[in-house]
Design a binder for this molecule. Structure first.
Ligand SMILES: NC(=O)C1=CN([C@@H]2O[C@H](COP(=O)(O)OP(=O)(O)OC[C@H]3O[C@@H](n4cnc5c(N)ncnc54)[C@H](OP(=O)(O)O)[C@@H]3O)[C@@H](O)[C@H]2O)C=CC1
Ligand SMILES: O=C(O)[C@@H]1CCC=N1
Length: 276
């Protein structure tokens, strides 16, 4: 059983997903602490997962080997400055999951260069099917990198990148990505209902089709494009549907959406980087 003492700063959607994934992976609940301003949220997290909860960030990190920063990017400067005052001489490994918050900004607010891993997970870490991008700064030792990897792998597939800037692209692709696929599932469900299916049937078949396509793509040696061709009988129904997607400019639209998300990550970096 993994007993690494981890403090989560911020107990929102993403922290909850990560905690759920760690517990499902067999991490000792008593080794996890979460801090959040909302009393109700703290009580709910403690009751659901059997973890510790603190109202005070300094108290939450007191015994932590790893601190996971899970607040909104806009809260990062204040939260980091508050933590800086209570970090011990030998600081814990800091892992930030905040979109668009650079390592340079984090070290600046935390008051010194320290070992820091930036992670970009996504909400499917909740069911241990996350896609997680990782980057370590120069102060991080290989042992600390392994520690970060071990923690995040509990949530799904991990991929290290050499350039920190690639995390913005990962944020736009897989960090936000579950929302894109869920939107497509919603649209497919709605289209099924328009075709006369019951709401239950349309939803179930839409979700199972997404799951089946993803599993097939993950487990097959063939590319998504090759697998798509297997569905597409010449002159058949799929061809008609794919033509409609092409006429609507689906690929261009996806490219524009991912670019917009990446630009927003860049804007957050610039905005917060200016906060000294
Ligand atoms: N949601 C996602 O899919 C993903 C999110 N991320 C990143 O994860 C981070 C969190 O996102 P998400 O979980 O969605 O956001 P949430 O708003 O759900 O969670 C943030 C939590 O932090 C709490 N909080 C605010 N101020 C403090 C403070 N000073 N000390 C401790 N806790 C505080 C908030 O409380 P309150 O609401 O009361 O202010 C809230 O509960 C963001 O930086 C985001 O970029 C990364 C990958 C995916
Ligand atoms: O929407 C956001 O900003 C966060 C980062 C990636 C997913 N959710």
């Amino acid at each position: 059983m993994n007993r690494t003492r981890i403090a989560f700063i911020g107990g929102g959607n993403m922290a909850q997903s990560l905690i759920a994934g760690l517990i499902a992976d067999g991490h000792e609940a008593a080794a996890l602490t979460v801090s959040d301003p909302l009393d109700d949220k703290r009580q709910q997290l403690a009751a659901t997962y059997g973890i510790k909860a603190a109202a005070d960030n300094a108290a939450a990190i007191a015994e932590a080997q790893v601190v996971m920063l899970c607040v909104k990017p806009q809260s990062a400067p204040a939260v980091c400055r508050e933590l800086a005052a209570s970090l011990p001489h030998t600081p814990p490994l800091i892992i930030s999951i905040m979109a668009g918050v650079t390592e340079a900004s984090l070290c600046h607010w935390l008051g010194r260069p320290l070992a820091l891993v930036r992670a970009m997970p996504n909400t499917p870490v909740m069911v241990q099917s996350g896609a997680i991008g990782l980057h370590a700064n120069a102060e991080t030792t290989p042992t600390q990198q392994n520690l970060a990897e071990e923690i995040l792998r509990a949530g799904g597939l991990t991929r290290w990148v050499e350039r920190e800037a690639d995390l913005d692209a990962i944020t736009a692709l897989s960090g936000s990505g579950p929302a894109y696929f869920l939107l497509f599932m919603e649209a497919l469900e709605k289209a099924g209902i328009e075709q006369g299916l019951s709401a239950d049937t349309a939803r179930l078949l839409s979700i199972q089709t997404a799951l089946g396509a993803a599993r097939m793509a993950m487990e097959s040696d063939e590319s998504p494009a090759q697998l798509r061709q297997r569905v597409t009988s010449p002159g058949g129904t799929t061809e008609r549907a794919l033509n409609a997607f092409a006429d609507g400019g689906l690929e261009t639209l996806v490219s524009r959406a991912v670019n917009a998300a990446r630009q927003r990550a860049g804007e957050l970096s610039a905005l917060l980087g200016a906060e000294k």
